[in-house]
Write a protein that binds this ligand. Structure first.
Ligand code: ADP
Ligand code: MG
Length: 323
């Protein structure tokens, strides 16, 4: 890799809230500075960096706030695309300031980086994505059956019984196709900015008679990160989370950390179901797609081991098959 390699870094939930946190603002800042430290280390090594992040817990929190407003004052809840935009502003601001401060502290701004900027990003999805007919992603609060029926009538929301008890809203999670703002993102990176984009996987939009329109859905942030990384011709997709490696037989006594996988091996283990569908699965799938689309290296690693992961000292490396 050349020293000006572009790395797309995808931060998981632990970049804002770690296990046991109440989710107070101070928790967000403390965790974001750990994430910012990872970015600063990469910049210091000469990498160009684009950043993306998840928003699952925050969409849940916004749903809670909106229901409180609805119950207390009849304030109508916003739609899910707008809630997604709120999380991009919320988390984008926190990362933007934390990364800016870290870079300035290390003398990297001004210098290697011209600035840090968050882009409200829309992600195109297919209107006939199968997930629209079969929503499966649980969001927000748990309700009694009667209450769920009332909300369903009022807002057209779909509820399903949650395995953990009660009823919960389910929404589609369509496959991301492309980011509407990708050209702006690319130009800002080329001009030396660190861009925070595709937050929460981006705001899901469909094209409807030549117009963009937000839809009530959520997008997986790892799959969306791959779309950005591939479109930007990034050298590396670096997915940072709360485990050191993707494992075989995860959680079992014979669990085995995976240090280096070829594309074929990754596909084989993925198809064998080693990676849980709501968590590690999309990370490995994003890595697979990135390599299939011409990427040279995808890494899944712990948030605090970003640089070690790039050096090959930690994390799961997924590389093309040797030809
Ligand atoms: P993030 O917020 O970073 O996207 P997730 O919770 O979605 O985090 O995914 C990381 C989690 O995936 C780990 O904490 C772990 O519990 C879970 N996981 C499921 N299968 C595996 C596996 N095969 N190897 C490692 N972790 C796994
Ligand atoms: Mg996740």
């Amino acid at each position: 890799m050349t020293s000006r390699s572009l790395v797309v870094v995808a931060f998981g939930g632990n970049a804002f809230q770690s296990k046991g946190d109440r989710g107070a603002a101070e928790d967000y800042w403390r965790n974001a500075y750990i994430a910012a430290e990872a970015v600063a280390k990469l910049v210091n090594e000469g990498y160009r960096v684009a950043v993306t992040h998840g928003n699952g817990p925050q969409v849940g929190v916004i749903a809670e706030w909106m229901m409180l407003g609805w119950r207390l004052k009849g304030t109508p809840p916003m739609t899910l695309d707008i809630a997604g935009a709120m999380t991009q502003g919320w988390l984008g601001y926190i990362l933007q300031q934390a990364i800016y401060n870290k870079l300035r502290e290390k003398g990297l701004i001004p210098g290697k980086v011209r600035g840090v900027v968050t882009i409200i990003t829309q992600t195109l999805v297919e209107p006939n994505d199968p997930s629209f007919k079969n929503p499966t992603k649980y969001i927000g609060l748990w309700y009694e059956k009667g209450e769920a029926e009332k909300l369903s009538k009022e807002f057209g929301w779909v509820f399903k019984p949650d395995p953990r008890g009660g009823y919960r809203r389910v929404v589609p999670s369509p496959d991301p196709v492309a980011h509407v703002e990708i050209e702006a993102i690319k130009r800002l990176i080329d001009e030396g900015f660190i861009v925070i984009c595709s937050g929460g996987g981006g705001i899901p939009v469909i094209e409807d008679r030549n117009m963009l329109r937000g839809v009530e859905a959520v997008i997986d942030k790892d799959l969306a990160a791959e779309r950005a990384a591939s479109a930007l011709h990034a050298d590396i997709l670096l997915i940072l989370t709360d485990v050191d490696y993707a494992y075989l037989n995860y959680g079992k006594p014979d669990a085995k950390p995976l240090k280096r996988l070829t594309l074929s091996e990754a596909i084989k283990y993925y198809n064998e179901g080693h990676f849980a569908s709501g968590s590690m699965g999309p990370k490995v799938l994003a890595a697979i797609r990135f390599i299939q689309n011409g990427g040279k290296l995808a890494i899944i690693a712990h948030l605090t081991k970003a640089l070690e992961a790039l050096k090959g000292e930690s994390g799961t490396w997924i590389v093309p098959d040797t030809t």
